[in-house]
Write a protein that binds this ligand. Structure first.
Ligand code: MN
Length: 157
């Protein structure tokens, strides 16, 4: 019947200590030296072989002092911090965010998330299932970003 999903598609993922039941903890990305101390769990999305909606919901952890890739892309991100403290580079800005703050990372904004303080940073990131590949900055992009001193101090490549 249209509009009535099969009953077994709905599910609850139980959490204990920032691990979700049945979800593998994976590397943040397959390879690279442009990030540090980061890992992911995909709570809703393709890897678990479920019926996949048009978005993915992932949980990332970054060790203190670690960071995600400095990148940009056409797709947007919604980031919601669950634990720890972050500084997020958003083009020419560096913003501090703490648990339950929500960051919208717009299409084509340069972004990098840093775990600051002494605690592991944990955040949810919601993203399109079908999305373009991230671009990393070339030397000219880096020159432009580094014109803002706070950004120059924060970014890692
Ligand atoms: Mn990104």
């Amino acid at each position: 019947m249209p509009g009535t999903p099969p009953p077994d598609q709905c599910r609850i993922l139980r959490e204990a200590n920032f691990r979700w039941e049945g979800i593998e903890q994976e590397a943040y990305k397959a390879e690279g030296t442009h990030f540090s101390g980061a890992r992911r769990q995909t709570l809703v999305g393709q890897p678990a072989g479920q019926q996949a909606p048009a978005f993915e919901t992932r949980y990332f952890e970054v060790e203190p002092g670690g960071y995600t890739t400095l990148e940009r892309h056409e797709h947007a991100h919604v980031v919601i911090v669950l634990r720890g403290e972050a500084e997020v580079v958003l083009d020419q800005r560096v913003e501090a965010i703490t648990p339950l703050d929500c960051a919208y990372i717009a299409p084509w904004a340069w972004h990098q998330i840093h775990a600051v303080g002494t605690e592991t940073l944990g955040f949810l990131c919601i993203v399109d299932r079908d999305r373009d590949r991230p671009q990393r900055p070339d030397p000219q992009h880096l020159d432009e970003l580094r014109r803002t001193p706070a950004v120059a101090r924060r970014i890692r490549t």
